[in-house]
Design a protein around this ligand. Structure first.
Ligand SMILES: Cc1ncc(COP(=O)(O)O)c(C=O)c1O
Length: 362
């Protein structure tokens, strides 16, 4: 697999670690050794999978001498945060089109990624209703920017085109290299699958490097396995074409599981919340209620029910990031632990020799 012919910005400066999770493994009964690939630690503002994709996509934007980018996502889009963050680094303006997939969910002064869109300085934010023709709206915006003398480059939602998927073909190559040094005997990678670029890129990279790993995609957006499979299979074929890989791709290799989607995109259910809490309390690693929490809920269920992987098989969970979004869900984890000291000024106690920190009582 030759990635050298594609312009690339070098955002991924080293492999992300693969770590064993002993406490999560034990909490799940020890049937499967659970490992995690820490793409949440990728460079870029707060890390996450889009850094790998934007490495290639913005490589092309810079090659075309763009002066700005236009891109889109949901109101708490991690992709939009990272596209904006990397655009800043490149000296490009970044225009965002946010799709309100849940009515009334955009708040200009909101938390999580919303706050970061403001702080990082998006050049413009256009909010459109769920189901709008976002592609058409981005083209219209780009045409308007052109008239104003800009050279806009349109990045598709999730950077989910073959160029963006190359980022995860590169990740597959990275994993294959890591396994040459130390292979616990993985058969499976588990990942969230939304726009499909991560899933398709991994499949293309595994295919092109002849690495015999399967990818289990946990649906985070579409309610059926078939709908997600179709998108991922097409993008895998197109990515392999871009890589000039000449053997046909068998679409039966695409596995998608809609069972952990919860009530809707971005809405968690009990299993998502349990998975988020379990990882936080065992390994102090944060997954989010929209993407990685659902993917982890899939892994937890597979392990408990011995579904998909057999007892004793080690499993690799791909942490694709997204933890910034947790701050926009304050209602989910609001039960504070109890205090063990009585209330009131005495509870503050003395601090330092002879000094007392006393909060004024009302
Ligand atoms: C944190 C996180 N994980 C996973 C995904 C899904 O990745 P993809 O869109 O490549 O399917 C996304 C998509 O936005 C994401 O933000």
């Amino acid at each position: 697999m030759n990635l050298h012919k594609f312009p690339r910005r070098g955002y991924v400066d080293r492999p992300t670690p693969i770590q064993y999770l002993p406490r999560l493994t034990e909490a799940l009964g020890g049937r499967n050794d659970i490992f995690i690939k820490r793409d949440d630690l990728l460079p870029g503002c707060l890390g996450g999978n889009k850094t790998r994709k934007l490495d290639f996509v913005l490589g092309e934007a810079v090659r075309q001498k763009a002066t700005s980018i236009v891109t889109c996502g949901a109101v708490q889009s991690n992709h939009c945060r990272l596209a904006l963050a990397w655009a800043n680094v490149e000296g490009l303006k970044c225009h965002l089109v946010l799709e309100e997939r849940v009515e009334g969910s955009y708040h200009p002064g909101g938390s999580g990624n919303n706050l970061l869109f403001n702080l990082l300085g998006a050049a413009s934010i256009t909010v459109v209703p769920g189901g709008a023709d976002v592609g058409g709206i981005m083209s219209e915006l780009a045409a308007r920017l052109k008239k104003n003398g800009e050279r806009p480059y349109v990045v598709p939602g999730g950077a989910a085109d073959p160029l963006g998927a190359l980022g995860y073909a590169a990740c597959a190559q990275e994993i294959a290299g890591q396994l040459l040094e130390n292979d616990p005997g993985f058969n499976y990678i588990i990942t969230a699958t939304g726009s499909g670029g991560t899933h398709a890129g991994l499949l293309a990279g595994l295919e092109a490097t002849g690495t015999p790993l399967e990818v289990m995609g946990i649906n985070v957006r579409r309610p059926t396995a078939e709908a997600q499979k179709e998108i991922v299979a097409k993008l895998t074929v197109d990515t392999l074409k871009l890589l000039e890989h000449d053997r046909p791709f068998n679409p039966d290799k695409v596995s998608c599981f809609p069972d952990y989607l919860g009530p809707f995109y971005s809405k968690p259910d009990k299993s998502t919340l349990e998975a988020i809490e379990l990882l936080a309390k065992t390994e102090s690693i944060i997954v989010d209620p929209v993407y990685t929490g659902k993917a982890l809920a899939g892994l937890v269920d597979f392990t408990r029910k011995e579904r998909v992987f057999d007892a004793g098989e080690p499993v690799l969970f791909l942490h694709t990031g997204g933890s910034a979004a947790i701050f926009s869900y304050p209602e989910l984890f609001k039960t504070a632990p109890p205090s063990l000291l009585p209330k009131g000024p005495a509870a503050a106690g003395p601090v330092g020799p002879g000094k007392t920190a006393v909060r004024k009582s009302k």
